[in-house]
Design a protein around this ligand. Structure first.
Ligand code: ZN
Length: 447
């Protein structure tokens, strides 16, 4: 797309992650707005505020959470736990508190991670009226049995709004592809920032080229944000969504994981493993389950939108997950660049995937007359182009897309795409974007 090298791109995405890292994101509040203001410096971004109290499907937009400071201090005012050191120290969405507590009163409100005791765990209190602190095992030991402690969470809940952001890049068609990132995690790098920076760079590069699909990059807090975004779309907009991917956990070094869409026959389910393998990206495929990130909202039965997920490691299955060890060192520029490339490969695949319809369906077209035998004799040293042309002509019945033709023929998707381009230029096939059912047999082929 552009001439920037993968290492430049990786470094540039990592720099953006570094700028976003300190913001205290939550499901609402200033952290989201600061994040979107930074993204808007890179891509065109439409920011929407959904007021507190708005009904969105079965949910209601909650009050907005704002936090200024939080700490646990000893009697001399020395902060043992200090929000200014890490925003992970406060249970996200905590109720405010200002009290002197003894150890037994404080203890139920402290959280540590027994599997990763040297880190600060990430905990949330969404839709529950709780408060708490997340601490390392060492901090826990410093507090244990002592006190009284001065415990402060200087936060408030107010009638405000939930902030959503979207970058829409119009294509020649209004049919759309959604690329979705959750934006509600505070200083966590792989879980939320990696997806955000890869999506931002993808949008930046996609702006520079023509595309068939309209691309909608959706940046919203998980669950309530995804539900709000979906609830605010018109039925027509939802109908136009043809494909979608949730992008997250894209900065670590694990091979890719593609989580399938709910509809098992979806284009993405067939296309992603095919094009990633062809580009030497090892990819593990996970079947759909209604548990995970926001792909589950798109997959609810009333919507049933074909949205999968692309990750590397998966949530809960790497030791740094939801701890302070998911930091800027954990995500590497080279991994971000590779993830960006994988997304581009998938988008290329979607852009190129058509349902060919033969313009010469009865009997084999006379290829020699059109110079096509010579063409593939010269152009294809792997000998795949000729059989690709024969397969395409045979399956150009409006029922098979190029992915299906690649699967059935065993020929690589790229060669099938190349053959399709040749046949289109010779008017032997007409590309359709949808399955176009036709009856078999002579005399029924539409002209
Ligand atoms: Zn998470």
């Amino acid at each position: 797309m552009t001439s920037e090298s993968p290492s430049d791109l990786g470094e540039s995405m990592h720099r953006l992650a570094t700028r976003l890292f300190p913001f205290h994101r939550s499901i609402s509040g200033e952290g989201a707005r600061d994040t979107f203001a930074e993204l808007a410096r890179h891509i065109p971004l439409q920011v929407t505020e959904v007021p507190t109290g708005t009904a969105v499907f079965d949910w209601t937009v909650p009050r907005e959470w704002r936090i200024r400071d939080a700490y646990i201090a000893d009697q001399d005012g020395l902060r043992i736990v200090d929000y200014r050191q890490s925003n992970l120290h406060v249970v996200n969405h905590s109720l405010p508190i200002h009290a002197r507590l003894d150890w037994e009163q404080l203890r139920p409100h402290l959280h540590t991670d027994e599997h990763s005791p040297h880190t600060i765990p990430y905990r949330t209190g969404y839709f529950r009226d709780i408060w708490g602190f997340c601490v390392t095992a060492q901090q826990y030991e410093s507090l244990r049995g002592g006190g009284p402690w001065e415990v402060v969470i200087d936060a408030e809940f107010l009638d405000g709004s939930l902030t959503l952001a979207e970058c829409e890049l119009s294509g020649t068609s209004s049919e759309s592809v959604v690329l979705h990132c959750h934006t509600c995690h505070p200083s966590l790098a792989n879980d939320n920032l990696s997806g955000i920076v890869v999506a931002t760079e993808l949008a930046k590069r996609l702006q520079l080229r023509e595309h068939y699909y309209t691309y909608r990059f959706v940046f919203v807090p998980a669950t309530i944000g995804a539900i709000s975004w979906l609830a605010l779309r018109s039925a027509e907009e939802l109908r136009q969504i043809r494909h979608g991917l949730v992008l997250t956990l894209l900065g670590d070094g694990a091979p890719f994981t593609f989580k399938q869409t709910r509809n098992e026959e979806s284009t993405l389910n067939r296309l992603v493993p095919l094009v990633l393998a062809a580009n030497n990206f090892p990819c593990r495929v996970e079947r759909f389950e209604p548990i995970g990130y926001d792909e589950t909202q798109y997959a609810s039965p009333g919507l049933n939108l074909p949205v999968g997920r692309l990750s590397r490691s998966t949530h809960g299955r790497f030791p740094e997950y939801h701890t302070s060890a998911d930091n800027l060192q954990f995500i590497q520029p080279a991994n971000l660049a590779e993830s960006l490339r994988a997304c581009e490969v998938i988008i290329e695949g979607l852009e190129n995937n058509i349902f060919p319809i033969s313009n010469c369906p009865s009997g084999e077209p006379q290829l020699g007359r059109r110079g096509l035998y010579r063409a593939f004799g010269e152009r294809d040293d792997r000998g795949e182009l000729q059989p690709a042309i024969m397969w395409l002509l045979n399956l150009a019945d409006g029922m098979h897309d190029l992915v299906a033709i690649a699967e059935r023929s065993g020929i690589s998707f790229e060669v099938i795409v190349q053959a399709a381009e040749m046949l289109i230029s010779h008017q032997l096939i007409t590309p359709a974007r949808q399955r176009t059912p036709m009856r078999d047999g002579p005399g029924v082929w539409p002209q």
